[in-house]
Ligand binder design. Sequence first.
Ligand SMILES: Cc1ncc(COP(=O)(O)O)c(C=O)c1O
Length: 380
Amino acid sequence: MEWRVPLADVKLGIEEENAVLEVLRSGWLTMGQVSQAFEQQLADFVGAKHAIAVNNATAALHLACLAMGLRPGDEVILPSLTFVATANAIRYTGATPVFADIESEDWLCLCPHAVRERITEKTKAIMVMHYAGFACDMPEIMRIANEHGLAVIEDAAHAIGASLQGKALGTWGDVGCYSFFGNKNMTTAEGGMLVTNDDVLAEKARLLRSHGMTTLTWDRHQGHASSYDVVGLGYNYRIDEIRSAIGREQLKKLPAGNARRAHLVNRYRELFGRHCPQLGLPFEEDRGASSQHIFPVLLPSGLNKAAFRESMKSKGIQTSFHYPPVHEFKIYREFVGNPEETLYMTGLVASRQVTLPLFPGMTEAQQDLVVAAVSEALAG
Ligand SMILES: Cc1ncc(COP(=O)(O)O)c(C=O)c1O
């Protein structure tokens, strides 16, 4: 379908093209010096000691869970208002996801009070997700984790370039995981990065990324090693040089892209405040610097969401929904007892939430089209 205004749009330039060509001509295609340079560049950007590039953020989250030693019988507290990969990564280890509610209609991130209520003697970790690149209440989450001796894993798939109190999201907990999927603020087509300040966790994640092998093909090619041992049951979660080359260029462009997103979001807020005061606009509180990955709105209670989205579609405007709550999926229903009580706010928000178009290349004329279309759809 040809959208007048798509939900997201990715623009790669001559810089990415040249970087990829350089790799293709170099004769070395998989994890080597370009990937190492990408890791160093990202570590410097977010202020982390270690950055480990992988083939997607789901792999990064899985490695994070493995590095923390999660196993069957352990419980991990997480939001249900997230992408299913957050929960899947926990289950790959055999550990049990325990869903907790979000803060409120104004802040769609894991609620620290709800986390406290879900802690049992089996709880080993908290996995937060910085929705749209807005910060969870990390000071309070870290306080709870420290009090109870829990690990904290940050699903920062939306949050590259975002910070709270000047500290990058993804670097507050033990491990942070970024996604570079094709619709993210920076992309490598498929790709992800795990960051940590902990030497032991970094070493474990590095080993498990590549079959648990003690040396890499690149080390042997360089003559630094001639054989290897296998010391853990690892995976092939490696990134390649082509993606890393794209990532290096994308990372340079990220601050400008995020600044443009912030400008568009401020303009959306101003226009909707004037023309559609009945529309809910979460994340108005001043809490850190968001990466503004997506622009979520809440429809007025009782308005038919499917009809609203159909009306937007008929005007050529793409919308989405972040997210169908994970606990409502067939393979997750067994993990919740009484969602009306424990996940009340998640259900309420999910029933009203719609995501509107947002991307750095969006023009103000396109944005005006979206606002006019929302106005009309709300008027019925
Ligand atoms: C919140 C969240 N977590 C995890 C992921 C998984 O990322 P990837 O597609 O890189 O595996 C995504 C990607 O869409 C996401 O939005």
